[in-house]
Design a protein around this ligand. Structure first.
Ligand code: ACO
Length: 332
């Protein structure tokens, strides 16, 4: 049987930075409020002519280069995004494939908001274990600034742009294998976090008027409470199901939405400070890109070593959630 190994990581952030002080000139907020309530200090914002696929391509180039696998060997491309280049078609994954000059392989997007990267990790694992694919490029890429309402202080302080990518490859060595991926969704909470405009769920008469105003809306406080409850339960379950203790985890890499959510979940799981990877202060919430961007951070700092056990957990619009246990298994 083939197993799925997490071979490499790459990420990209646009150079332009939007600080809390910048935002305080745009909406009624302060650096103090944002820092205290979210832990965010700044976020990166893409240029107007820079697309989600452009961000994804840069992250993917690094992941491919670091994987030791030739790009001609990639046989599946999956992109997790809620800010695709085009809302209906073509998928951002096909555009990324074309820009990277990959073979004309299967490519598609999935929409699971901030849980997107955990979802595509699970999909890549399933394709590899079934024997259908051997080398999967997975990408979380977001230009959230394009779907953020910069007059709404409840959301615009949270989000940023960026991308992260990984190569997941077939292996016969079980020690290298992704251990488990848990995913879930509950549409009961769909209205907590949504882009209510511009789709077939909008009144048809409004479609034209609303085109181009596809902004995120969030009931932040309710989302916060469901997030802490769901994440704690989900992570406890994946650890228990695999007979792994919190102490065995080298890097706990949660979705970077809010420092207070990460702290509450980390404390409930008895994670030590040195286990918890934090990037929320410098990138804000980059939805599907946040986990791979955080993995890339520890990789580039030299902290992510062969065999290190990573624990991902994520939560987002849908509502969706997911967690994963992954040893880092580079080829070189
Ligand atoms: N600056 C100043 N005051 C503000 C701001 C702001 N930027 N935003 C809200 N406030 C005010 C509110 O108006 C409210 O004022 P009131 O008491 O006079 O009514 C007060 O601050 C408290 O508002 P809350 O919404 O209760 O603040 P809270 O502590 O919950 O923080 C936040 C808000 C940061 C949004 C938090 O709820 C949060 O992080 N929620 C979860 C986000 C999340 O995880 N989303 C899922 C992933 S995102 C995805 O899937 C794309």
């Amino acid at each position: 049987m083939a197993y799925a190994a997490f071979r490499s990581i790459g990420a990209y952030v646009p150079s332009k930075i939007l600080t809390n002080d910048d935002l305080s000139k745009m909406v009624d907020t302060t650096d103090e409020w944002i820092s205290k309530r979210t832990g965010i200090k700044e976020r990166h914002i893409a240029e107007e002519n820079e697309t989600t696929s452009d961000l994804g391509v840069e992250a993917a180039k690094l992941a491919i280069q670091r994987s030791g696998i030739d790009k001609s060997e990639i046989d599946l491309v999956i992109c997790a995004t809620i800010s695709p280049d085009y809302f209906c078609m073509p998928s951002t994954a096909t555009i990324i494939s074309k820009k990277l000059e990959l073979n004309p392989v299967m490519a598609f997007d999935i929409s699971a908001a901030c849980t997107g990267f955990v979802y595509i990790l699970g999909i890549a694992k399933a394709f590899i274990e079934s024997g259908m694919k051997k080398n999967v490029l997975i990408i979380g890429a977001e230009k959230l600034s394009a779907i953020t309402d910069y007059t709404d202080r409840g959301t615009c302080i949270l989000f940023g742009d960026g991308a992260g990518a990984a190569i997941i490859s077939a292996t016969q060595n079980k020690d290298e294998a992704i251990i488990d991926v848990h995913t879930g969704a509950d549409g009961t909470y769909a209205d907590l976090l949504m882009t209510p405009n511009g789709g077939t769920g909008s009144p048809h008469d409004n479609l034209e008027a609303e085109a181009g105003t596809c902004f995120m809306q969030m009931k932040g406080n309710e989302t916060f409470k469901v997030a802490v409850r769901t994440l704690t339960k989900d992570v406890k379950e994946i650890l228990q199901a695999n007979d792994i203790k919190s102490d065995d985890v080298k890097h706990f890499i949660p979705h970077q939405a809010n420092y207070r959510i990460i702290k509450a979940v980390g404390d409930a799981l008895k994670m030590k400070e040195e286990q918890v990877v934090l990037t929320v202060a410098k990138y804000g919430n980059t939805s599907g890109a946040s986990i791979p961007m955080a993995v890339n951070d520890i990789y580039e700092q030299g902290k992510l070593k062969l065999g290190d056990l990573m624990l991902f957990d994520a939560f987002g619009g849908g509502l969706t959630w997911g967690s994963a246990l992954i040893p880092f298994s580079p080829l070189k």
